[in-house]
Design a protein around this ligand. Structure first.
Ligand code: KIV
Length: 289
């Protein structure tokens, strides 16, 4: 990956992006040549401007996932997430990035009704956020919609396997594909999404062998989460991998323990405020001269 620098001097809220070309959907598709991907694709979720700034130099794609429902809004699932939320957070992430392709999740209820409904929702997300792609959940049933969108200029990321928006049908968030019929269905779903024109496919929460089979049998790059190291790329929810929650799913590797570090910093701050150790002369304004 080329080295990227950025100027954050101008303003905390409106950084000046280094002029350059973002990663594009065709460039992601081209990662997988002749059925294999030499260097795995790096994707993380981002919901805010500042997190996007920090992650952008290291990622090929930033996903404004509807997982923001739980991570940012404390909702019990992704079901209540609205188009307005996705547009607002999508715009913030686009403002905080200049290198990675930004993809925004289509929330539950905004695309399943018809291809026309999906087009209207996706067009709104793209216009209001400035993102370059959308992601939607579902396999064979969503293939006609994915074709409809891609033929009209909207790059689409598919999402098969464990599809959290279907939690009420699935009965929970456990790994999928433990039986042969379910495993066959996940492979058929991935193939349908691939043939419909998705430029990459997220495969979530499936037995490792299924993820490997999917990766070998579709032409689009497969981005795994709780899937397999054989996938063409990986995605994680950033707050999970930073250790911001006490409980993380089995497939998450914690690269930090931010919950402890933030708690410690807050405790030190609270103690210093209560003992009047903060602020000191260094943090107070005095007459000049
Ligand atoms: O919403 C999300 O964050 C996602 C990823 C977990 C793939 O869909």
């Amino acid at each position: 990956m080329s080295k990227i620098t950025y100027d954050s001097d101008t303003s905390r809220a409106t950084p000046t992006p280094v002029p350059g070309k973002r990663v594009t959907a065709p460039a992601i598709l081209a990662h997988k040549a002749g059925g294999t991907t030499a260097e795995p694709i790096v994707m993380l979720t981002a919901y805010t401007m500042r997190m996007a700034q920090l992650l952008d130099p290291h990622c090929d794609m930033l996903l404004v996932g509807d997982s923001l429902g739980q991570v940012i809004y404390g909702l019990p699932s992704t079901i209540p997430v609205s188009l307005e939320m996705m547009c607002a957070h999508g715009a913030a992430v686009v403002r905080g990035s200049w290198h990675a392709l930004v993809a925004v999740d289509m929330p539950f209820g905004s695309y399943e009704g018809s291809p026309e409904q999906a087009f209207a929702s996706a067009a709104r997300v793209m216009k209001e956020s400035g993102c370059a792609a959308v992601k939607l959940e579902g396999g064979e049933a969503m293939a006609p919609t994915i074709r409809f969108l891609t033929e009209r200029g909207i790059p689409v990321i598919g999402h098969v396997g464990l599809t959290p928006q279907a939690v009420n049908m699935l009965g929970g968030y456990g790994a999928r594909g433990r039986g042969k019929a379910e495993a066959d269905k996940i492979l058929a779903d991935a193939k349908a999404v691939d043939q419909a024109g998705a430029f990459c496919i997220v495969v979530e929460g499936v037995l490792e062998d299924i993820a490997t089979q999917v990766t070998r049998n579709v032409s689009a790059p497969v981005i795994g989460i709780g899937a397999s190291a054989d996938c063409d790329g990986q995605v994680l929810v950033t707050e999970d991998m930073l250790g911001l929650f006490e409980r993380t799913p089995r497939f998450v590797k914690r690269y930090d323990d931010l919950a402890t570090r933030i708690g410690d910093a807050a405790a030190t701050y609270a103690a210093e405020v209560r003992s009047r150790a903060f602020p000191t002369a260094d943090q107070t304004y005095r007459p000049k001269g």
